[in-house]
Write a new protein. Structure first.
Length: 415
């Protein structure tokens, strides 16, 4: 039902047509695929100004969903993109706005699996908060060592207070992965010093991308981009958006999506792999022919929008048919726990995992609950409530429910 030859540009949920017009020569379109790409995560405590900063950096408000607006927090990972330019060099930056709410740590962690560098936002008038600490430790655990610290809301404090807050931040990062991170005082709201952030974005070393391996596309969002009342002949197919971890995908490629859709059969949820074809590819709001890792991407597919609407495929993985692991409701991981539980105001030693304990697991953009079946040395086997596509070597965030809060207690690696 989807058409691949529409003349109109794809009306993606997040498209800003003004941006499309900025690309005034075909040269720009050609170069887009060769631009250096970076995925930047914006992390930090709730209300410290992450979404405001992102809006000022990109001209886009990432809290696009009504529920998010209502609750004033960024529930799903928000995406926004920008091309920056300095000394005749250009870079394509994809920002991921990680949620600051403590219950959503898992989403932040799954975001951290996809980011090359991070901007840690600390409101100067509030200082270090539990999630500031939690997010820094998550970055450390994932070895994301390219970090810029933003001391935000300097419009609310005096110069003396700003210096004092700077000292506290310096003390906080001492001995951590962010020890030598640059600290830039800004006011996101008053737009003070925002441009200084570009220097960091231009200088971050671009990691080597793996374009040769079998593609692994991590789906963070999926949606229906058609406006109500669109003529059938003009309907676009279902869109999946996220990040390509490795490999290359082109227009026309057949893909499979796993675990796929769930169906109730005799009171049991059965997952069905979906097969489809890529019709068009967007990097942010720009149409491209070939997708490679780095930067968020959206694929228009031949799928019926019923299957993609309302993020129904978020947490799935797409790849070339037959190349992804079988879905499994059991996984085995090698794990490491933090000495202390993060995010608690009092120091709390992390107790070891216990047989039959229920642990929340976050893998890429999936969150599932696992019951421990077996523990031996540093290896643990879980039976999962929602099955996953277990890719060897992928990181698993482990959270334990303590006084009805999910607290990050460590990380594992899929065996
Ligand atoms: P997030 O939860 O970290 O994404 O924080 P938001 O970007 O939603 O900001 C939380 C609140 O702080 C909002 O009311 C913003 O308008 C406000 N805010 C953000 N940056 C600044 C700033 O630099 N100065 C002041 N005074 N307020 C700010
Ligand atoms: Mg926010």
């Amino acid at each position: 039902m989807a058409t691949s030859n529409s003349k109109e540009p794809l009306n993606l949920e997040n498209i800003e047509t003004s941006k499309l017009k900025n690309l005034n020569s075909t040269q720009d379109f050609k170069n887009l695929e060769n631009l250096d790409m970076l995925n930047i995560g914006i992390v930090g405590h709730i209300d410290h100004g992450k979404t405001t900063l992102l809006a000022k950096l990109t001209g886009k408000f990432a809290d696009t969903h009504s529920e998010e607006l209502k609750r004033g927090i960024t529930i799903k990972l928000g995406y926004a993109d920008k091309i920056i330019e300095k000394n005749n060099k250009k870079r394509y930056i994809s920002f991921i706005d990680c949620p600051g709410h403590e219950m959503l740590m898992a989403t932040m962690l799954s975001g951290a699996a996809l980011i090359d560098a991070a901007i840690l936002v600390i409101a100067a008038n509030e200082g270090i908060k539990p999630q500031t600490k939690e997010h820094l430790i998550a970055l450390q655990a994932k070895n994301i060592n390219k970090i810029l610290i933003i001391q935000n809301k300097i419009d609310l404090i005096t110069k003396e207070q700003a210096l004092e807050s700077y000292k506290i931040i310096k003390q906080f990062v001492k001995g951590t992965i962010a020890e030598n991170a640059t600290i830039i005082p800004i006011s996101a709201q008053q737009e003070i010093n925002i441009n200084k952030i570009n220097d960091f974005l231009m200088e971050v070393e671009i990691p080597k991308r793996d374009t040769e391996s079998k593609p692994e596309f991590i789906i963070a969002r999926s949606f229906d981009i058609n406006r109500p009342g669109t003529k059938i002949s003009e309907l676009h197919g279902g869109v999946i958006a996220g990040i390509l971890k490795k490999g290359t995908l082109k227009i026309g490629d057949e893909i499979e999506i796993k675990p796929g859709i769930s169906e109730k059969q005799a009171n049991q949820l059965i997952y069905k792999t979906i097969k489809t074809k890529i019709i068009s590819i967007y990097r942010g709001s720009y149409p491209i022919q070939k997708a490679t890792p780095g930067g968020s991407l959206a694929f228009e597919t031949e799928l019926d929008n019923i299957l993609t609407k309302a993020d129904s495929l978020s947490g799935c993985i797409a790849g070339i048919p037959g190349t992804l692991p079988e879905i499994n409701d059991k996984i085995k991981i090698k794990y490491n726990l933090f000495p202390e539980v993060i995010g608690m105001s009092e120091k709390t030693k992390t107790e070891d995992l216990k047989p039959t304990e229920i642990i929340m697991l976050s893998i890429n953009t999936t969150t599932t609950v696992g019951k421990i079946q077996k523990i031996k040395n540093n290896e643990v086997e879980f039976s999962l409530k929602i099955p996953i596509v277990p890719i060897k070597g992928d990181t698993v965030g482990l959270a334990r429910n303590i006084n009805s809060h999910w607290r990050l207690i460590g990380f594992g690696e899929i065996l």
